[in-house]
Ligand binder design. Structure first.
Ligand code: SF4
Length: 295
């Protein structure tokens, strides 16, 4: 059921709209810019490039220093706490990778504060080094924190297009570690650059990934056709019939638009495979599912 939430746009926390709103209903951006160097980075394209396309993360100009950013995050989180909890928690981040070692200490502080305040947190990253920072272990040493945390890794299978990020293999290993600790995981299969590579990423992670969010490259850059996307969708649905099924999958509007399918038609196709239960909508709340630890 969709619930109405008042608009909010703070310095650190805001309610994303448009394509970002398809991904998360609340998000926090403290930094702009990112050193992972992805060649397809949406922050480095078009009108966003000047404001967000830096090759290094920098604190947003509205913050005087890191302490100001952290305290602003805390203030805005508490101000909206009940709405954020009701809407499935807060996402970090749309304008940088929050787990870059150069900024992880600041993001960690915010994540820990939110978890302690009872707010679910979803992180999306292409980094793995942050898992080895000794203080990071506080995120999973406490059962309540574990249950409120979800970590996603972007998996494209295209290391050469993500030159400074951890390799896709390293990200899968990190997902395994977190899954073993009883933390919810998801994979952002976005952008799909090479369909076969994306399918491989899904096949390799089915046992350790609680949810897939799949989205395409923007139109002009794709080298696959409408029929290729349709076949890709059928492959994903078919995979959900395997002995180890895909747990949940959300196909973003970009996938359905490219395949010229409505969401109703998608569900009808999934019914024919008996896999409609594996489909999620954009407002699916992963924190309402059980982890391996809870099963
Ligand atoms: S990790 Fe994200 S923000 Fe960083 S360069 Fe890659 S696409 Fe851009």
């Amino acid at each position: 059921m969709t619930t109405r939430t008042k608009e909010f746009s703070g310095k650190a926390i805001y309610r994303p709209k448009g394509k970002a709103g398809e991904y998360a209903r609340w998000a926090a951006n403290l930094y702009v810019g990112c050193s992972n160097g992805c060649t397809y980075c949406y922050c480095k394209k078009g009108i966003l490039e000047h404001a967000m396309g830096g090759d290094r993360p920098e604190l947003k100009k509205c913050f005087k220093d890191e302490h100001h950013a952290i305290w602003t995050f805390r203030y805005e989180l508490i101000k909206n706490r009940s709405d954020i909890i009701r809407d499935g928690g807060i996402f970090l981040s749309f304008t940088t990778d929050p787990c870059l070692l150069s900024t992880w200490n600041v993001h960690y502080d915010c994540v820990l504060f939110a978890l302690a305040a009872g707010v679910p947190v979803t992180i999306l990253t292409k980094c793995v080094g942050w898992l080895n920072e000794p203080y990071t272990a506080a995120l999973w040493n406490c059962k309540e924190f574990r249950e409120r945390l979800c970590v996603g890794f972007t998996l494209t299978g295209m290391d050469e297009m993500e030159p400074n990020a951890a390799s896709n293999d390293e990200r899968i290993e990190a997902m395994q570690i977190l899954s073993d600790k009883g933390i919810r995981t998801f994979a952002s299969i976005e952008p799909v650059i090479d369909i076969q590579k994306s399918l491989e990423m899904i096949i390799r992670t089915k046992e350790i990934c609680d949810m897939y969010k799949i989205g395409l490259l923007t139109g002009g850059q794709r080298n696959y056709s409408q029929n290729d996307v349709r076949d890709f969708i059928l492959d994903v649905l078919y995979m959900s019939t395997w002995p180890i099924p895909v747990r949940k999958v959300y196909l973003k509007n970009s996938v359905l638009d490219a395949a010229r399918l409505t969401r109703e038609e998608l569900y009808e196709q999934a019914e024919t495979y008996g896999t409609a239960d594996a489909l999620a909508d954009s407002d699916y709340d992963i924190f309402k599912t059980m982890t391996h630890e809870q099963h």
